[in-house]
Write a protein of this length. Structure first.
Length: 248
């Protein structure tokens, strides 16, 4: 936990601590959730008979560190490992506290929204200048590819968090939740109007064999042997992640 916290707070790159991302982080996500299920919060009737002190506070601390790692690496070209974060972090989102909406999910979504707006504005600038081919167009496509990777690092966690809190938000409207959906809606609009954005998302889906429905239908204890969260439009013609979260 200390190593992961250090990685999140220091902003260190993957090359400095690859073992933390590849070994320690997946292990802790599985380990802490397994012991939480055997702890006092989940089995209060067994108080005094349990052998673990793991609580939801530990899971929230770990999830918070993961969110910071995502933020620290948004827009970094050489970070393919980002697409794997949601695979092992998704299960612990079920224990995320409501406070994480304002402290982690909204700031991360805001940074992604701003980055999306920037890339789309650059694309529009090239279009207005009539530059549809060449190095500039290739650069824009590369930026959209990185943007799609970043969105797929956050959205699986975000969808699960929304699912866990949706009923409460419907009965007790939350301004922060409304702000979150406003930003998600803006990103969806950018996506719907950009040919390059939609194409790069589809490329990402195909390259990573992403199942575009399994995340929405999976239960909180499902184990994902592959990248199996909501993806882009597949052979069935279903909408991509951005469209599905907007509809969700």
């Amino acid at each position: 936990m200390k190593d992961i916290g250090h990685l999140a707070e220091s902003g260190a790159r993957y090359t400095e601590m690859p073992h933390v991302i590849e070994i320690t982080l997946p292990m802790l996500c599985n380990y802490l959730l397994r012991w939480w299920e055997r702890g006092l919060e989940n089995l209060p009737q067994l108080e005094g008979q349990l052998c673990t002190d793991v609580t939801s506070d530990h899971l929230n601390q770990l999830l918070g560190s993961i969110m910071k790692i995502v933020v620290n690496n948004l827009g970094i070209d050489e970070a393919p490992w980002m697409k794997r974060l949601a695979v092992f972090a998704q299960p612990i989102v079920s224990r995320a506290k409501p406070e994480m909406l304002k402290s982690h999910f909204i700031p991360t979504m805001e940074k992604l929204r701003k980055r999306t707006a920037k890339v789309v504005a650059e694309e529009e600038h090239l279009r207005m200048e009539g530059k549809s081919e060449g190095d500039e167009e290739g650069t824009i496509r590369d930026e959209f590819a990185v943007l799609c990777r970043d969105l797929y690092a956050l959205y699986p966690l975000l969808i699960r968090y929304v699912d866990n809190n949706r009923a409460r938000w419907l009965t007790c409207p939350d301004p922060d939740a409304e702000e979150l959906f406003r930003m998600v809606g803006e990103v969806f609009i950018f996506w719907s109007k950009s040919h390059n954005f939609k194409r790069e998302e589809q490329n990402f889906v195909v390259m990573n064999e992403i199942n575009n429905m399994s995340f929405l239908t999976a239960d909180s204890k499902s184990k994902m042997s592959k990248v199996s969260w909501v993806g882009g439009a597949g052979p069935e013609g279903r909408p991509g992640t951005l469209g599905q979260l907007q509809l969700y």
